[in-house]
Structures are given as C-alpha cells and as structure tokens.
Design a protein around this ligand. Structure first.
Ligand SMILES: Nc1ncnc2c1ncn2[C@@H]1O[C@H](COP(=O)(O)OP(=O)(O)OP(=O)(O)O)[C@@H](O)[C@H]1O
Length: 579
C-alpha cells in the first residue's frame, strides 16, 4: 500500500493505489469518454434527423443511419466502462483489505490495548464499502467532468455559440453552490463513522463475552451502550441526509434556470429565423442530458465528502506507527544470556512509572520465577521481553542481542508464551496445535495429546475435528492444555509462562502442571506464578514489589530471609489452611 507517513492528504494515497490498477482504470476512462462522445453525437443527430424530416432533405437516410449507428456503437463502450470500473474497484478494495489485515498484526501493543477493535472492524466494513462506491462511481465522474464539459461545449458550439455560452455559464453556477452547501457533511460523517465503530465494538463485546454478560446480567448495560452509539451515529447520518436533501432540492430548482433560459432563447431565435427547430432539439437533448448529470452534483459532492472521511480513516489507520523493529537480521547467540534486563524504567503512555530500575538475568537452561502482588509489574516484564513494550530507559537483551536490534517476528519465533487466558482459533485441533507449519507425524501428535490428558477429546473429534468458534466447546482446563501443547510443539528456546493456571481450580491445575513440566523440561523458562508451591523448584526467584525487585534467590535462600517472599508465602499458607 502506498501512503506517506504524516501526510493528511490520504485521497492522494487512494489515487496512487487506483493507479496501480492503471490498465483497468485507463480502459474505464477511455471507454467512458468514447461512450460520452458518442452519446453527445447521438443527441446532436436527433435534431439533425428532425430537421431533415421537417425540411424533407435528401440526407435524411444518412442522418438516420448515423443516429442508429452511434446508438449501437455506444452501448459496448458503456459495457466495457462498467466492467473495467468494477474490476479496478475490486482490485483496490482487495489491496486495502489485505493491507488492513496485515497492519492489524503489526500495530504496537500499546495501541491495540488502548483502542477499540470495533474501529478496525469498521475500517474493514462500511468504510471500505464507501471507498468502493467512490472508486466505482465518484472517480469516473470526477475524471470525466472535463470531458463532459468539453464535449457538451464542443457539440453545442457547433450548433449555436451564443446559446451555448449562456447555457454553460449558468450551469456552472451549481458547482460552487454544491461545494459550499455540503461542507458540514464531512463533519457529520466523521461523527457517524466513529459512533458506528463504537456500536460495533459493543455488539462484539456482547457476543465474545456472552457468558460474563449473562452471568452478571450486563445485557442492559451493553445494549444501552450499543443503542446510545447507534443513536448518535444515526443522528449524524440524518443531519447529513437533511443537508443533502436541501442541497439536492435547491440544485434542482436552480437547475431549471439554464434549461429554461436556453429554451426561451432558442424559441426566440426560431422566430427570428436564425435557428431551426431541429437545432433547438439538438441543444435541448445535449444540454438536457448534461444538465441532469450536473443536477446530480450536489449528491455527488456530498458523497465525495463522505468518501473523503472514509479515505482519511482507512489510510489514517494504515499510517499508524507500527511496532518498532530492528533492521538487522539477528539470530539467537548461543552461550549468551537468554534474557538480560539492566536498570529498566517504564511507564505506560500517560501513566506513572510501573517499573523502577529493574535488573534481572536468565541464563540458558535456567528456570526462573517471578512473584509479587497483583499490579507489581510481573506481566509488564514479560511484555518487555517479548518486545511488546519498549523501556523508557535501561536496556533489554534477548538471546544475546539488544531487543531493539531484533526483527520482532524472528525473535518471537524463538519464544513460546502461555498466558492467563487460553484461546483457541476457529479451525481444527491440528491447526490449533501446529502454528509453525511444522510437519509432525500424527502418531507423535496423538501421543503428546494423550500425555496431556486430551485422549477423550481426540476420541470424539480426532485431530481434524473443528474446535468451534473461539473454542466454546471446550472446558477451561482443556483449552489451557491445548495452548500449552501448542507452545510445546513450537519448540522455542525461551518459554514464558504468565500464571497459566490462575484461572483453574486445584484439580485442573494438577493435570496442567504435568503439561507444564513437559513444556519446560530442558528449556529456559520464566514463570509468573500465583501459587508459590509451583515455583519452589525454580533455579532463581525474583520478588517484585510495587515495580521494584526487592529480593532474588532460590526458594530456600529466600525462605530464610525476613522479607516480602516469606510474607507472601505465609499469607498463602494461611489462606490455604482456611480454605
Ligand atoms: N496497558 C496498560 N496501560 C496502562 N497501565 C497498565 C497497562 N497494563 C498494565 N498497567 C498497569 O501497570 C501496572 C503493572 O501491571 P502488570 O500487569 O504488569 O502487573 P502484574 O504484576 O502482572 O499484575 P497481575 O498479577 O494482577 O496480573 C498495574 O498498575 C497496571 O494497572
């Protein structure tokens, strides 16, 4: 996709994309121009045939053949113009859809965490539809405007210069009038688009979190928010419809002036003997056709303004800064520290600092744990290692390379992550397990699934059975075990676990611990754990308190110290005894 960073003229970006489909675009323009010229010629010939009949000229047959010939010849060009316009629009649309999809995966995490996904859905939906309409109708109208003007002027001038000049000057009054009166359409369209996006987001939340919505009886809240956004969108759309209606009505009223003046002048000239009835008929046919086209301009200009907003929103989205990526091709430097974080300070945009001078190391093959109260910054450290967030100061090295030098996709190929919530993608069980397009024999895959306690599941649907939308058909424990197997099959060098058992009960947790042991065996791992018992065997434990590392050591070392670790352990033991 072509777009220039920071350039507000996104319409020119759309034009560049249109020009990439230049064979279709130019064919459509040429076909439209030929069609228009033939149409004007045909209109002119109507008057000539009329005069030939009135004055019983011998040229009647010839004029009649020319009139019929131009009518028949014009039609295929109209067909070619329609097809090529459609073809070009679809090509542009496909490129934009692909670019939006790709962009979504490249946006920075802070952007995705702070923006509604409804925005992205609206870019892919109604905004692209508007752009499609623009490339199909609007663009050819704008591009052929001059041909219309020149064609009309030329053909009419050939009939009668005086009437032509009066008619064209009066007709052109409609253009500035349309541009001025449709100014506020753009403002309302912006409100319409953003509120529509908001309503789509609310609807999506209602569907995605249906269990939560029903359990907490949030239906009313969600539907109120949905309705409010939808009403605001509709209000803005209605305001626009009103403006367009006023402008269209006024355009029609003003529109009759040039036509009436032309007919009056023409009749006067017929009586004067300086114009024939046929010539007036030609003038009315050409001018009338052009004028019905020009009368539609208020609608067209309003539509172009809407398309401009859609263009700004779609290309503005494509112009958003992407996740920072190193340009060098880095590889995992064996025998170097897997992770080295040195004096890192970090604050989320517009928030106060959440990490204060964090320093930690994870050597190859080590199993390291991170513990701390909720909100102490554990997940933020994982995001730092994955390159989802960038430190404000200090440095992060992953697999022997400064994180800013890594191409993030290449780096993450070496990292497997299991988070607090598991998610299955629509598709088969096999597709959910083999994310790296790797070839693994079915027997081996089945054996792993059995070890992970997924035997019953396999029996029912096999590896190629569908997991359903978002894995709704699976229990939390089953989904989490599939997620862990997915990480295991990735065969990554570094395993990051962010409380993978926090959402499960003690019984499910036990079955998952076995999967986790399979996953981390012989690998370097960093585990965030809320149950202290699960990380007792870690080589090293970092204790985080309000964004700072306050203790570091093995379980035995930390247990001997009077500190945060011991406090947390005692608190948990107490809780478990009460339970
Ligand atoms: N995207 C974000 N934007 C702004 N603040 C954030 C964001 N993500 C986390 N925070 C804040 O940063 C702090 C640390 O959050 P973090 O998720 O790292 O803590 P945590 O120790 O993993 O917590 P928990 O155990 O509850 O998951 C918290 O105060 C949190 O509110």
């Amino acid at each position: 996709m072509t777009f220039r960073k920071g350039n507000p003229s996104y319409v020119s970006c759309l034009m560049k994309d249109v020009l990439k489909s230049w064979p279709w675009y130019f064919t459509s323009i040429v076909a439209t121009i030929v069609y228009l010229l033939m149409d004007f010629y045909m209109r002119k010939m109507i008057g000539t045939v009329a005069d030939d009949i009135i004055y019983q000229k011998e040229s009647f047959m010839m004029s009649f053949v020319l009139l019929l010939g131009s009518t028949f010849l014009a039609s295929p060009f109209h067909g070619i113009s329609t097809y090529t316009k459609g073809r070009m629009s679809e090509e542009v649309l496909l490129k934009l859809r692909l670019a939006i999809g790709k962009k979504t995966t490249k946006l920075s995490m802070p952007y995705l965490e702070t923006h509604d996904s409804g925005e992205i859905i609206s870019h892919l939906g109604s905004e692209l539809d508007t752009l499609n309409g623009f490339t199909y109708y609007g663009l050819s109208m704008v591009t052929t405007l001059f041909v219309q003007l020149i064609g009309v002027t030329g053909f009419m001038l050939a009939v009668d210069p005086e009437i032509t000049i009066v008619f064209i000057l009066l007709s052109l009054l409609v253009l500035p009038f349309s541009i001025l009166l449709t100014k506020q359409v753009r403002r309302n369209e912006k409100v319409y688009r953003s509120q529509l996006a908001k309503s789509q987001q609310r609807a999506k939340e209602g569907i995605n979190f249906i269990t939560l919505v029903k359990a907490f009886r949030l239906e009313k809240m969600i539907s109120n928010q949905y309705e409010k956004a939808l009403h605001q969108a509709t209000d803005a759309a209605i305001k626009n419809e009103k403006t367009v209606a006023y402008v269209a009505a006024a355009g029609k009223a003003i529109g009759f002036i040039p036509l009436t003046v032309m007919i009056a002048l023409g009749v006067f000239r017929i009586f004067e003997g300086t114009l024939t009835q046929g010539e007036l008929l030609s003038l009315v046919a050409i001018g009338g056709g052009f004028f019905s086209w020009l009368q539609g301009t208020p609608d067209t200009v309003a539509y172009l303004r809407k398309a401009q907003v859609a263009c700004e929103r779609v290309y503005g989205f494509l112009d958003l800064p992407e996740e920072e990526n190193g340009t060098e091709t880095k590889r995992h430097q064996k025998d170097s520290c897997m992770v080295k974080i040195d004096d890192v300070h970090f604050a989320y945009p517009g928030e106060k600092e959440v990490l204060y001078g964090i320093s930690m190391e994870i050597s190859e093959g080590e199993s390291v744990a991170l513990v701390g109260a909720s909100g102490s910054g554990k997940s933020s450290i994982i995001k730092l290692i994955c390159g989802f967030i960038t430190p404000d100061s200090g440095s992060v090295e992953v697999m022997g390379n400064p994180i800013e030098d890594w191409n993030k996709e290449a780096m993450r190929r070496n990292i497997a992550f299991v988070g607090q919530e598991s998610h299955l993608f629509p598709g088969t069980l096999r597709e959910n397990l083999l994310t790296n397009h790797m070839n693994i024999e079915d027997e081996k895959l089945m054996a792993l699934c059995k070890r992970a306690g997924l035997e019953a599941l396999l029996g029912e649907r096999g590896l190629d059975g569908s997991v359903g939308e978002a894995g709704f058909q699976f229990s939390g424990g089953e989904k989490q075990r599939i997620t862990i197997l997915r990480a295991l099959l990735k065969d990554a060098d570094l395993i990051l676990l962010d409380e993978p058992t926090s959402a499960l009960d003690a019984v499910s947790e036990e079955s998952i611990q076995e999967c986790l042991r399979m996953l981390t065996k012989g690998k370097t791992s960093l585990t965030i754990a809320h149950r202290m018992a699960t990380i007792k065997n870690a080589d090293r434990i970092y204790v985080l308190h309000q964004g700072r590392i306050v203790q570091c050591g093995s379980h035995d070392e930390l247990f001997k110290q009077e500190g945060q670790y011991r406090k947390m352990l005692k608190l948990q033991e107490l809780k478990e005894r009460v339970i």
